[in-house]
Design a protein around this ligand. Sequence first.
Ligand SMILES: Cc1cc2nc3c(=O)[nH]c(=O)nc-3n(C[C@H](O)[C@H](O)[C@H](O)COP(=O)(O)O)c2cc1C
Length: 208
Amino acid sequence: MTKRFPPAPPRDLPLAGARPSADARALLALRKSANKLILGEPGPSPEELDELLGVAMRVPDHRKLGPWRFVVFEGEARTQFGAELGRILRGRSAADQQVEEAEKSMLRAPVVVAVISSPVEDGRTPVWEQELSAGALCYNLLLAANASGWAGVWLSEWAAYDKDAGVLLALTSSERVAGFVHLGTAKAPTPERVRAGPEGRIQRWKGA
Ligand SMILES: Cc1cc2nc3c(=O)[nH]c(=O)nc-3n(C[C@H](O)[C@H](O)[C@H](O)COP(=O)(O)O)c2cc1C
């Protein structure tokens, strides 16, 4: 099932600026995150995931810095990371239920990818732009996964913002968790939800 995507084009090959595709339009118009409780086996294999990540990295990236990295949780690593999260909460005297939820949190999907924003602080490309690129990457990963038949959801939850959880991911002082992207197979459809519409959100510039 690997090699579902065309290979990366050679450098300097002129590429079309538009690629009309009814399938791509339908994917964008109908895409939906999975409810985090209905993701199950199977998930992408390590080879499939590597291919998805390779495609997902094809995002706008000012000055080609590649300001992101990934920590992948598959198989037993999910249990171990969950146990570490539970240990953090237990050390803070959290309620048993919270500890248990943390312990099981990574087992809600066969594959979880922590997308880490890892900005280069050379004073040239604003960190904000690099963090936006990490966000684009999370979304691109979801789209690449959806287009390959996998369901997914982008979560942060408390661990993304927790200093001790950050130590488990070896976050540096400038790095942040952009998201834990959960990937797998949807065991049930997820109902559509209320969505923000264009009302009041689109202004056309008419002068100062
Ligand atoms: C940065 C980011 C973090 C998110 N974290 C959570 C989260 O922790 N828990 C959650 O239920 N949804 C979270 N969401 C929302 C889901 O990813 C998803 O967008 C939402 O469930 C609606 O699904 P949709 O993508 O089909 O609109 C987050 C979204 C973003 C962009």
